[in-house]
Design a protein around this ligand. Structure first.
Ligand SMILES: [Fe+2]
Length: 265
């Protein structure tokens, strides 16, 4: 794992963390304690989004996720948005995330020290919520989470009702017109097409650096396909994409270390 420093003129010194996927957070915590950022932005996928077993919250079954948020909130004001792997988390889970001291930005924004900091929730999360809300109550079953075997029915219904994994971007214009500088946490880098130009900084992850890097370019990223454009680094002077804190693919990463990103002015 490497510490990477990117320069955005006028930005406060912040840490940008993404894609922990329940891996050991202590190396990240040590990096944060070394560098002491003014604020910490976590752009989703803190868990690995398989179907929960025995109806246990993934945040209980995967304790590194809340461990990371607790560690971050002890170091600096911490803001977190939701990635595709958080698709099944419910309000109780979001409250558990808030109880760590982190601010959960679920299609929402807050004002902090002259900044408007927003979090754009993954369209995968929204698809699951839409599917659940469209199911009649007696078809949701007794499970809090989609049970193994049962999930197929829910997802089939989701496919019938709404195939798209679209994010809810209705709020972005009012966010962009709020006073102050605008920072947006958006797990998916490809959502940049939805982001108003008034947003000065977009923080993203999800691409895992393109998994293998050849001649400085990623090879594949979910949501972008082969030879993705947005995988690691600064784009257009206003989007910072993290290569992530972990590897979840069955294949190893090549020339693509995991990274803790710092943005500075
Ligand atoms: Fe992701």
């Amino acid at each position: 794992m490497v510490d990477s420093f990117y320069t955005i003129p006028g930005a406060p010194f912040l840490a940008h963390l993404s894609d922990l996927h329940n891996r050991d957070y202590h190396p990240v915590e040590r990096s944060l304690l070394r560098h002491r950022p003014e604020l910490i932005c976590v752009t989703g996928d803190i868990i690995y989004g398989t179907m929960p077993e025995d109806d246990i919250s993934p945040l209980v079954a995967q304790p590194n996720a809340l461990g990371l948020l607790r560690a971050c909130a002890d170091i600096a004001p911490t803001f977190v948005s939701l990635g595709n792997h958080e698709w099944m988390l419910d309000e109780e889970d979001l409250d558990a995330m808030r109880a760590t001291g982190a601010v959960v930005l679920d299609n929402d924004w807050v004002e902090h020290d002259g900044l408007a900091i927003g979090g754009l929730t993954s369209g995968h999360v929204m698809r699951h919520r839409r599917a659940l809300s469209n199911l009649p109550g007696d078809e949701r079953g007794a499970h809090r989470y989609p049970a193994r075997g049962g999930v197929r029915d829910i997802m089939k219904t989701a496919a019938e009702l709404l195939m798209e994994k679209l994010p809810d971007d209705d709020w972005l214009m009012s966010f962009a017109s709020a006073p102050g500088h605008h920072f947006l946490l958006s797990h998916h880098p490809e959502y940049r097409r939805l982001v108003p130009k008034e947003v000065e900084l977009i923080l993203s992850g999800h691409a895992h650096g393109g998994q293998w890097r050849l001649f400085g370019h990623g090879v594949y990223a979910p949501g972008q396909g082969i030879w993705p454009k947005l995988t690691k680094g600064i784009y257009d002077g206003r989007q910072v994409v993290s290569a992530g804190l972990s590897n979840t693919a069955p294949a190893p990463r090549f020339f693509n270390p995991t990274q803790v990103v710092y943005v500075q002015s």
